[in-house]
Design a binder for this molecule. Structure first.
Ligand code: KIV
Length: 293
């Protein structure tokens, strides 16, 4: 199957077919995601919490994002993969933002990069776009600036705040972004943004009135334990499945039930006795083979 392109995603917006977008951080999960029919994968900086056990996304480095993006691209060659620009990879200067965005393309062959922020990062979006790289904007709750937002809180909940969120959305589109992600805002605000913009608008915690949905895979499969945002729907509980499997293994090891006869390699016929002779040990007595007649 050919790789999904921006043109395909724009067609889906036109026809009203919803876009399914999920994070992924590794090769096998990316393979599962492609097989399951995802159109888009985000190699999110949420990998800081979901993979590395950090408290938030701020410690995540470019190198970590690149290495995980490379693995995801290998697992999902046909999916539209988005590299998430980590904290301090684009906040400093336009030039640094372009260089780091370019590294995602050079190293991991991603189809777009995602940046957090609205009005205040317009020059970064313009610069990256002018370098020929697809940008996806991300507004509403932007975890990299959660310190300024008063924590991981829903945004745009008052009329004034909602108007600012809309202004961010318009600024991101005007700067040249090819798509917009809205996070943790009320559906009424998502709907106005969706009606106002011409680019596809996707939501994570933005409700239904947009062109598609994003979730974090570790939440969806029930792997991430620290907290569960309101917008998450858990489709599985792999934490329970994995813990049960490991605890069964621990029990089997202690009880010498593992490895069993099926899990060991057999010596070639006659070689075991020869080997024991060779090392000066007696062959084990053969089982009697049942009652003699
Ligand atoms: O890093 C990530 O997974 C994200 C989502 C929270 C939108 O940016």
């Amino acid at each position: 199957m050919p790789r999904i392109t921006l043109t395909d995603l724009y067609k889906m917006k036109e026809t009203g077919e919803k876009i399914a977008w999920l994070t992924s951080y590794d090769f096998p999960t990316a393979q599962f995601g492609q097989a399951a029919g995802l159109e888009m994968i985000l190699v999110g900086d949420s990998l800081g919490m979901c993979v590395y056990g950090y408290n938030g996304t701020l410690p995540v480095t470019m190198e970590q994002c690149l290495v995980h993006s490379e693995a995801v691209r290998r697992g999902a060659p046909d999916v539209f993969v988005v590299g998430d620009m980590p904290f301090l990879s684009y906040q400093t200067t336009d030039a640094e933002a372009v260089y780091n965005a370019g590294m995602f393309l050079k190293r991991a062959d991603v189809d777009a990069v995602k940046l957090e922020g609205g009005v205040r990062i317009v020059s970064r979006i313009k610069a990256i776009t002018e370098a020929g790289i697809n940008v996806i904007g991300h507004i509403g709750l932007t975890p990299q600036s959660s310190g300024q937002l008063g924590g991981h809180k829903a945004q745009g909940r008052t009329a004034e705040a909602a108007k600012l969120t809309l202004e961010d959305a318009v600024a991101v589109q005007e700067a040249g972004a090819k798509m917009l992600l809205v996070e943790a805002i009320p559906p009424e605000v998502t709907e106005v943004i969706h009606k106002t913009l011409t680019i596809p608008v996707l939501g994570i915690g933005g409700g239904l009135p947009c062109d598609g949905q994003l979730l974090i895979v570790s939440d969806l499969i029930g792997q991430f334990q620290a907290f569960t945002p309101k917008f998450v729907k858990k489709y599985a509980n792999v934490a329970e499945v994995i813990t049960k499997a490991i605890s069964s293994y621990v029990k089997d090891v202690k009880a010498e039930k593992f490895p069993g006869a099926d899990h060991v390699y057999k010596m070639l016929p006659g070689e075991a006795d020869k080997f024991l002779k060779l090392v000066g040990q007696k062959p084990a007595a053969k089982p009697s083979g049942g009652k003699k007649k």
